[in-house]
Design a protein around this ligand. Structure first.
Ligand code: KIV
Ligand code: ZN
Length: 514
């Protein structure tokens, strides 16, 4: 197959995905996900938006130092300061890309930027000239492209390619596009812009109408785009972005139609999906294509019978090709430190120091005392929950006693620690979790609103650990706390304290699209 059939997979889980309310990640979590994306062999990792916050800057820098195969990219608005900051963060990267954007729709230019179209055009050209000082790999996005005037887009895109932009990304920022129109627009733009062949064309679709994957594939097949921007599990602003696993498996499964070549190692998809879900606390719906727990489950007798006779009767993909393996009992009470360390390595979890390995091993032993079989998912949850806990840990869970009985009001006593001092608190509530949260709030009085509470069984069976996500909102900030424990009330207390810790740490993030 010729190069013109190579489809570039640009993952923006760590940038656009992180813009989902509550999905913010720590630097270490981002590095872990970036390493998994590299194992998945994505071509480009958009690691963040360097100028948005010192935290984003540091995360991009750490990812740039850690990643060797994929290109590392930073988003930046179309101004010199943002671009210089992106370049500085990307400095250690072996392969780097600066992705600069400016809005081009009449609505965004007038209401958001308060700029005239001619000023926006000049600013876009200036941005590319500026980025060229740092790298030859420059991507340009006309934000809200799908609602922009086509003649004007032709002028802007021709000008930025002439200045040296090597990738032109066409975003459907608000998820407004429909496939045929979206694909045909890109096709016309490529035909009308005289130097369009000097750049690779890309698509970036949001899922507000549930059309992100369809629009992306139309952009490729009708429009001739050769890069898709996407996120693991379709994470992203509002209804999310194009789901990586869906476009990749569509292109691979229907190779007869798409005739495109991918660099992706699809066997790493499920591991990436689980990692992102555990770190962000965004559970994957069971019927989600490719990565949902039911994606390969067959319940009806006719289907089961068919599958047993010939798998292809009801399966278009093989579960193992996307990384579904039977739950493995990896370790138990008697497993040693070396076996634990080796399993961490196989799961792609790299802890920063031997001290951290020792601490994680200690927690593993505690868990193994209470739970006979430890699965991969337990280990990942253990590390994720600890990462969440470490984020400026102010409140530390110590213990919990809880009572509930039919006909009685449930009550809870919680002990937590702040700077070495223990606080004991009590509460009652409609249920044991409510009582636990009320107990903590009787002491903390955070004033935060609980906007999401979810419990997920990490593995199968009633002996499974419960993984709890608590999402809190306060003064416009939304944070996710995660807790895991075989006792789901304890997991809830841990998750609530972890969310309070995030509210307590003042790590603010700017929304890059504002
Ligand atoms: O949705 C969007 O327009 C974006 C751009 C910054 C590419 O995320
Ligand atoms: Zn976007």
């Amino acid at each position: 197959m010729s190069d013109s059939n190579r489809l570039i997979i640009f993952d923006t889980t760590l940038r656009d995905g992180e813009q989902s309310p509550g999905a913010s990640m720590t630097k270490d979590e981002k590095v872990r996900i970036a390493r998994q994306l590299e194992r998945l062999r994505v071509d480009v990792i958009e690691a963040g938006f360097a100028a948005a916050s010192p935290g984003d800057f540091e995360a991009i820098r750490a990812i740039s130092a850690a990643i060797k195969e994929s290109t590392v990219c930073s988003l930046s608005r179309a101004n010199e300061r943002d671009i210089a900051r992106a370049a500085e963060a990307l400095q250690p990267a072996e392969r780097k890309r600066i992705h600069t954007f400016i809005a081009t729709s009449p609505l965004h230019m007038k209401m958001k930027l308060r700029m005239e179209p001619e000023q926006v055009l000049e600013q876009a050209k200036l941005a590319i000239r500026c980025a060229r000082q740092y790298t030859d790999d420059i991507e340009f996005s006309p934000e809200d492209g799908s609602r922009s005037d086509e003649d004007y887009l032709c002028r802007v895109l021709e000008a930025v390619i002439a200045e040296g932009a090597t990738t032109i990304n066409f975003p459907d920022t608000v998820g407004y596009a429909v496939p045929e129109v979206f694909g045909a627009t890109i096709k016309r733009l490529r035909e009308r812009i005289p130097n369009s062949d000097k750049a690779i064309w890309s698509v970036h679709c949001h899922n507000d109408l549930g059309l992100a994957v369809a629009n992306s594939l139309a952009g490729v097949m009708i429009g001739g785009a050769r890069q898709i921007e996407c996120t693991i599990n379709g994470l992203g602003e509002r209804a999310g972005n194009t789901a990586l696993e869906e476009v990749v498996m569509a292109v691979r499964t229907r190779a007869d139609y798409f005739k495109l070549q991918l660099g992706i190692d699809t066997t790493q998809i499920v591991a990436a999906s689980r990692m992102v879900s555990q770190i962000t606390g965004f559970a994957v719906q069971p019927n989600k294509a490719v990565v949902g727990a039911n994606a390969f489950a067959h319940a009806s007798g006719i289907h089961q019978d068919g599958i047993l006779k010939a798998r292809e009767t009801y399966e278009i993909m093989r579960a193992e090709d996307v990384g579904w393996a039977a739950n493995k009992i990896v370790l138990g009470k008697l497993s040693g430190r070396n076996a634990f360390k080796e399993r961490l390595r196989e799961l792609g979890i790299e802890l920063a120091s031997e001290t951290e390995v020792n601490a994680a091993f200690g927690r593993f032993k505690e868990l193994a005392d209470r739970k006979a079989e430890i699965f991969d998912e337990d280990i990942m949850a253990l590390v994720s929950a600890e990462d969440h806990a470490q984020e400026g840990e102010h409140y530390r869970f110590v213990s919990l006693a809880q009572h509930s009985e039919t006909g009685e009001t449930p009550s809870a006593r919680v002990v937590f620690d702040v700077d070495g001092k223990e606080y004991h608190c009590e509460g009652k509530g409609d249920g044991p979790v409510d009582a636990t949260v009320n107990a903590i709030e009787s002491q903390v009085a955070s004033g935060a609103e609980l906007i999401l509470f979810s419990v997920n069984a990490i593995s199968t069976g009633t002996q499974s650990q419960g993984e709890v996500t608590m999402r809190l909102s306060k003064s416009g900030r939304i944070v996710n706390g995660l807790g895991a424990d075989p006792d789901i009330i304890v997991a809830s207390a841990k998750a609530y304290l972890s969310a309070l810790n995030k509210l307590h740490s003042k790590n603010e993030r700017l929304n890059p699209q504002q």
